[in-house]
Design a protein around this ligand. Structure first.
Ligand code: SF4
Length: 320
């Protein structure tokens, strides 16, 4: 059996940054450091930071007065910052800069008097953070939806969650454009989501089965699985080898493997070891070089301001 391994896969720059911020917060302030919401949507990453002294909470009001809290990579609504102020918390913001950009777009278009439409998934943490920034209409493209009956001349700006399906979002945008052809549409699906979906699409073309390694509550992992399924290839989202069902592999010669932006490389490696393929071939647009700067108040802890990447490359060079 051969494995076709997506490149890129795994940690993105936003996840690297968020994990770094928790590490540096512990280094600077000692333990415990509180994290509002899972720092990223991966139970193993959450367990790792908790083992170092982080405590994950779901509500800012669970954080003791005056403590240090890191806000997760998904972004938070202004009401969370207000609650933190009342509780005299030291807030370190691990919101991915690409999510912050969407927040800023929402505020800008609101100031300009435009109606904002957000394409995103109801209840996802990023959407909770973004809808808190300004008044907007949320469209969940997985459901039946209609826009409010706005006048044709209404100025509309369309924003999106950063981790959506490129394909499904394009369909939603074209439906919006039918009623509002002049709508401004921001390209908010991030580079990491785009690259991983492209690689997953190539995997699906080459293989009979695609395994996405990552957590069930990770939006970008689920979209990778959807990409393969839409191409008619069986695909499963699993955390690691313990969730691998051997019956999926019966009669399969080519297995595609990828992982979401919050999945550590060691989980991918463990699945490849469990499959024990004859060859591992790389597929996709290739590795990324994007990095994000850490917050100013922690920069002194990292010397020249650059950081080491958590994107461990544990899989040996390809055999081809
Ligand atoms: S998936 Fe994209 S938006 Fe989310 S943390 Fe990574 S780079 Fe940022």
């Amino acid at each position: 059996m051969n494995v076709f391994l997506a490149s890129p896969r795994g940690f993105c720059a936003g996840v690297d940054l968020a994990v770094d911020i928790v590490d540096l917060a512990i280094q600077q302030y000692g333990t415990p450091v509180y994290v509002k919401h899972q720092i990223v949507h991966n139970p193993k990453v959450v367990a790792d930071v908790e083992a170092k002294g982080a405590i994950t909470v779901e509500d800012v009001e669970e954080v003791p007065e005056g403590a240090v809290v890191v806000f997760s990579a998904h972004g938070s609504p202004p009401s969370d910052y207000a609650k933190a102020k009342v509780r005299h918390l030291i807030v370190l913001d691990a919101t991915c800069p690409l999510v912050t950009r969407v927040h800023n777009e929402a505020k800008k278009y609101t100031k300009e008097g435009k109606k904002i439409v957000l394409v995103g998934h109801i209840g996802h943490q990023e959407v909770i953070g973004t809808t808190g920034q300004a008044e907007m209409t949320l469209i969940d493209e997985r459901q039946d939806w209609e826009l409010p009956h706005w006048d044709k001349d209404t100025e509309v700006a369309v924003l999106t969650q950063t981790t959506l399906s490129i394909h499904d979002t394009a369909l939603a945008v074209s439906k919006i454009k039918k009623n509002h052809p002049n709508a401004i549409v921001r390209d908010d699906i991030c580079y990491a989501t785009t690259n991983r979906q492209e690689a997953a699409s190539e995997l699906a073309d080459l293989t009979e089965l695609v395994l996405v390694i990552g957590a069930q509550n990770s939006s970008n992992c689920n979209r990778l699985k959807d990409v393969a399924i839409k191409k008619g290839v069986a695909a499963y989202l699993i955390n690691g080898p313990e969730e691998l069902d051997r019956s999926w592999l019966v009669g399969v010669e080519k297995v595609g493997i990828t992982s979401g932006a919050s999945t550590p490389e060691k989980q991918v490696k463990a699945v490849i070891e469990a499959i024990s393929p004859e060859n591992v071939f790389r597929v996709g647009p290739g590795e990324e070089s994007t990095t994000f700067a850490i917050p100013r108040n922690l920069r002194s802890l990292v010397g020249d301001g650059t950081r080491s990447s958590h994107k461990e490359e544990l899989i040996p060079d390809e055999d081809n």
